[in-house]
Design a protein around this ligand. Structure first.
Ligand code: BGC
Length: 602
């Protein structure tokens, strides 16, 4: 009887999903889909409760052995930000060998179900040394180009698959409403319309080569009070539906395989316990039939003891639990919770059914060791050129007093903390969770190196004094950060997370201006920063955000007119901190949404 109910439920979910897809013709009658239902049911029929619960757990690679994967029938393993198999510079082969060992163990388990290995490849395969580091989402929002983002998605999928990995915890589809949030740069922009154009294309690209994408963090992670990471959203359902839900509708239409739940709360209720949004809206109303994944240890933020926390999360509709270190006790507690009636068998079957469905759809059953050849798919010239094109298209020209294009006849002095530093251009989630603070990150070039290169056989050159130059370029920046470490109440060019060396660099700009030099300001940051009267000292000013490993070459392309400036702001640029207390107005906004000069505008 229970099986029949589950079958009816699964068919119902598939039907609802078909209704959310535009132009879907034969979706409901597709024989493939009834095959899927039968396959999932036959898998569930042969599994014990212990095997099913194992499938619902995701452990961190450093906290589980292949032997334990086998014993507990573990469904998934992840590498958290910066969690490498051995060392930061492991090769794609090292990664693939590790994944393969875990996979062999999963196949040797009593259920024999292949496992999913997941990583955060949020701007390229950023944990892996030598991977192409694409611009962060904030840049992709500024570029606003659906075809471009689709190509970046596919390139990322290729890099991920060349390490044997199947699951990507990307893209963040957060509609960030407050730039004081440390995850602003993971967002395409403040306006859901920007997401509308980009989310579907990105997911379709990211899900090529049987890689599974993850829309995150459901829902309203970008809507917390004061932009506090993991904070509380004090908004009505109607507001949340208007601002934060649309990207998920697009993601589901594009067939996204998984959705990660947000650490944040809505009106005091933690999202991980929110059955209205997870079950009623996401699964039933929108017909999402993939895996709902919890965030890192987020279950522990729910009230009650561990068993209660797990039951609350699972009953709210979470299918897989990201419990990096506590997966083993969770295994025991969930079994007890089912045996004592805290969680129904149907809920377990729905969760495990979805996990099996996604594994099957993505070829895990047919070819669990599937991998692309890294020599033609990882860190390739083609991907680097794509990252460079994307970076170049994302730069926003804020001020230009007839400065561009530069002439290769002019001598240039370049200074500032971000001028010779690829780690800064790449930002958080690069090599390590909080970003790579080294000037060299194993790929790409700094702005200075790119400039020196470009001027190799030109009359102009890079010089080391202001007085010897016609043009002075000053690159200021925020330091790399991720998640709550990036929260600040003072997002300004000399405050908050800004590089302490910005002040000295700015002083050089002022000195250069006094000497009558042409002075160009460049700002690399995870969000717009309050500029005070800084712009007055510059003849031109460019916001490059976090353009990644090819950002240096890309900027030089734009400086010399080899590529046009064409980025437009996907976030309003605040004029002062008043913006946060008084709200948006002509007085509090320096540059509005959509602003961005073109060189031939003047
Ligand atoms: C982040 C997620 C990420 C997860 C795994 C969490 O702290 O919120 O975005 O996918 O870690 O690294």
């Amino acid at each position: 009887m229970k099986k029949l109910l589950f079958l009816i439920l699964l068919i119902g979910v598939m039907f609802l999903q078909s209704c959310t897809k535009e132009n879907t013709d034969d979706h409901i009658d597709d024989p493939m889909e009834s095959d899927e239902v039968l396959f999932v049911q036959s898998e569930l029929d042969r599994m014990s409760l212990s095997e099913k619960v194992g499938q619902m757990l995701q452990a961190e690679r450093a906290s589980i052995t292949p032997e334990e994967v086998k014993t507990y029938n573990i469904g998934s393993i992840l590498s958290g930000g910066g969690s490498h198999p051995f060392a930061f510079d492991d090769s794609p082969d090292d990664w693939a060998d590790m994944v393969s060992q875990f996979q062999q163990a999963a196949l040797a388990s009593s259920s024999g179900i292949p496992l999913l290995y997941g990583v955060d490849a949020v701007h390229g395969h950023n944990n892996v040394y030598g991977a192409t580091i694409f611009p962060h989402n904030i840049n992709l929002g500024m570029a606003g180009d659906a075809e471009l983002i689709r190509r970046i998605g596919e390139a990322t999928a290729k890099e991920v698959k060349s390490t044997g990995i199947h699951w990507n915890f990307s893209p963040a589809v957060s509609v960030a409403q407050d730039i004081r949030w440390g995850r602003t740069y993971e967002s395409f922009g403040e306006d859901p319309m920007i997401h509308d154009r980009l989310v579907g294309a990105f997911i379709e690209g990211l899900q090529t080569h049987d890689v599974i994408a993850t829309a995150k963090h459901f829902i309203a992670d970008g809507g917390t009070m004061n932009g506090t990471d993991q904070g509380d959203v004090l908004q009505s359902k109607a507001m949340i539906r208007a601002i934060h839900l649309p990207p998920y509708v697009k993601a589901i239409e594009a067939g996204v395989g998984s959705i990660m739940i947000s650490f944040s709360s809505i009106n005091g209720l933690k999202m991980h316990g929110n059955s209205y949004w997870i079950t009623d809206v996401l699964k039933e109303e929108l017909g999402f039939d993939g895996i709902v994944l919890s965030d890192w240890n987020a279950t522990f933020q729910l009230p009650g003891d561990f068993r209660t926390q797990l039951s609350t999360a699972i009953n709210a509709g979470i299918d897989m639990l990201m419990l990096p270190t506590d997966w083993k006790s969770a295994h025991e507690e969930i079994i007890t919770a089912v045996n004592t009636g805290m969680i129904d068998d149907e809920r377990i079957d729905d969760a495990v059914g979805r996990i099996i469905l996604i594994k099957m759809r993505n070829g895990l059953y047919d070819n669990p060791f599937d991998r692309l050849d890294p020599s033609t798919n990882f860190g390739t010239l083609e991907h680097q050129l794509l990252a460079r094109e994307a970076a170049s298209k994302s730069f926003v020209l804020l001020k230009d007093q007839d400065v561009f294009p530069l002439s290769k006849g002019d001598d240039i002095y370049i200074t500032g903390p971000g001028s010779d530093h690829v780690g800064v251009l790449s930002g958080g989630w690069t090599t390590y969770w909080q970003g790579n603070t080294n000037a060299e990150i194993g790929t790409g070039s700094s702005i200075k190196d790119a400039l020196v290169n470009r001027l190799t056989s030109s009359p102009g050159t890079v010089v080391d004094t202001i007085s010897g130059a016609e043009i002075v370029i000053v690159v200021m920046n925020e330091v790399p950060y991720a998640e709550g470490f990036g929260d600040t109440s003072d997002p300004s060019i000399f405050g908050g997370l800004s590089d302490p060396a910005n002040q000295a660099a700015y002083n050089e700009a002022v000195a250069a201006k006094a000497l009558g030099k042409t002075v160009i300001g460049v700002l690399s940051s995870g969000r717009p920063l309050i500029l005070g009267d800084v712009l007055e000292s510059f003849d031109a000013f460019v916001a490059i955000f976090l353009p990644g490993s090819e950002g240096g070459e890309a900027l030089v392309d734009n400086l010399y007119g080899d590529a046009p400036f064409r980025g437009t702001l996907s976030f309003s640029w605040p004029a002062s901190l008043d913006y946060f207390t008084l709200g948006p107005s002509e007085a509090t906004i320096l540059f509005p949404l959509g602003y961005g000069l073109k060189v031939d505008d003047e």
